[in-house]
Design a protein around this ligand. Sequence first.
Ligand code: ZN
Length: 465
Amino acid sequence: MIFTHATILTMNADREIVEDGAIRVVNDRIDSVGKTAELIAANPADDTIDLSGHIAMPGLIDTHVHTAQCMLRGISECGAVGAFSNWLFGRIFPLQGSYTEEDAVASASLCVLEMLKSGTTGFVECLLAEHYGIDAIAELCIDSGIRAALGKVVMDVSPTTRDELGWHHGMWQTRESSIEGTLAAHDTWDGAGDGRLQIWFGCRSAEPANNPSLFREVSDLARERKMGLTIHLAELPHDNDYAREHGYRSHIEFAEGHGLLGERTVLAHCTIADDADIRLLAETSTSVSHNAGNNAAAAWGPARITDMLEAGVNVSVGCDGAPTNANMDLLRDLRIACHTARQRAGNRGALSSEAVLEMATLNGARALGIHAYAGSLEVGKKADFITIDTDAPHLQPVWNPVATAVFAAQGGDVDTVVINGQIIMRDRQILTLDEGAILENVKGRFRDVARRAGVDGLTSTWPSV
Ligand SMILES: [Zn+2]
């Protein structure tokens, strides 16, 4: 199959942009990339798909996702939320803790559908709770065609601390069962779906409720098994207070002291990282997931992304949770990442369209550990790409296709998605999932979850009449 007549952002070493370009796909791989006329001449018997007017580029990789939170889209904007702990223990945990397996799969299906339809071809789920049921979510990912690293929760919170905090029992597990459950999921699912699925450790945060000895055990296990590991880290100033209580200068140095940093680790946020932290992240080849939209909405940060990139840190991009960010549209978050980085620096050149697209493709692939075969459109790599149809008023004219993709396009402009050589979406029609059924399923159950959880006030502050 040859995809023809596109403007191709190859993201190869020279970052070549091929005008009137074509991508030839054989099985799951890119067989050739070049000028349309040359590829057709060399392979006259191949079927073709005409992508005239489209920008083609590597699939986007979202390195920080809470699939369970898509059914809670926008609830941070309902009434007064208050402090982060109120938000977490009073709202998010009771709701997610009350999920049945069917609720969790409904939310994850919505999340995967939204990601695919907005051009995300691979993602890191950071905190998959035991009661969501890993098997059905793994099967969903495999059937949908997406690439996924599913971080299954590990925690060590004592029952006394749990009850003092009002930590919802549904969101709680013992240390032993959370580790055993993750290792069992790794045995069953890692590498499934022709290698598209990975099982990672999804560590609960380094904060007072969690026993810090957990982190050394989990990071040792991750190294032994060559597993990825992800954790929310260095989010708010009180994280550094916690680190100091444990004899460390900063939260990131605490993480290093407990074995958490390394090339198979993705840290979410890092909004309070300072110069020394940034050096440490670079030295340890640790990946950072920058969550620009979520952080801006939650008034966190802004993270020092341009300093991190300059220091050689592998910074990728994530949408985080739908309660606050409300969208899993990574194109939108790329734009917000540029806006906030420039505002922070007082310099409109601070984060270019080109740099942020590297974060979402090449750096994302490195964070997932799949950079040997994903993240760019080059011969021999997996055929993972998306196209944006620029035949729309908000996308014309196209001066710089990179800027058009990052600054003008929205998730809804993604027309075609190919992952592992399989066409997942064409003309915005998802071929692997039943979009209508997913939407109906969520609409039929989201209010029931709130009723069961006993959480109310999830409406506008304006009166409903
Ligand atoms: Zn998060």
